[in-house]
Design a protein around this ligand. Sequence first.
Ligand code: NAD
Length: 245
Amino acid sequence: MPDPASAPLWVQARERLAAAQSVAVLTGAGISAESGIPTFRGAGGLWNNYRPEDLATPQAFSRDPRLVWEWYNWRRETIAKAVPNPAHRALVKLETAKPQFTLITQNVDGLHDLAGSGRILKLHGDIWRLRCTSCGAHWPDRRAPLPKLPPHCGCGGLARPGVVWFGEPLPDGMMQEAEHAAAEAEVFLVIGTSAVVYPAAGLVPFAKQSGATVIEINPEQTAFSAMADFSFQEPAGELLPKLVS
Ligand code: NAD
């Protein structure tokens, strides 16, 4: 009988995942990189010399709504061409196999929805939704590009992207639900996130302290790598399907 501890690390991680009844997953921009959507950090994250941190804020929007909308219009056009990759699809398969499963994403691109994931905690909102800054109405809009910038609501108010900007609170109750899932998880997967955007990044140490086995997948080292039980420096689209097979 071979010693399980001598199996390759990815096989050990796969076995740990297979044995878990309760799994939580935190995804970041990196899971969509192989679908062709640029991440914020790392190569290719700049647009017209503006940094996302300077555009994705309420202050930037009040100063120049049109400029902010031009950036979102550009992002929507890029994302509209993208399709889910094997990593998104592997999470759909994992969800169907587990009695308790929570997908928490920082992504706004909608690729988890397109792949067929069920319930998704979208901590940072959804780029395919718009919200009125006057009456608070919100609605889906998948047009890319949008016909007129900035878009307006039926009430005449200015519409904004349905995403959470730097410095804004997360949607009501969502962080609490994510923390609950992290606390309950036997395995916590953290995929394609640079570990710098809080409060989402706090979920990883929280899961670890609550007893979860933490499995990280990211081609680069992050602040999570040292605390993870398994840290795989590989693209998610290549490794994740192997871990859930
Ligand atoms: P980030 O841009 O800060 O970091 C992306 C991480 O993904 C990096 O650590 C990078 O090494 C890793 N990565 C790159 N290619 C990968 C691959 N093939 N497999 C696995 N990992 C890979 O992203 P973040 O941590 O999600 O935080 C940035 C914020 O930006 C979030 O709030 C998010 O809402 C937003 N954002 C979203 C999208 C999207 O919806 N697709 C894209 C860009 C930024």
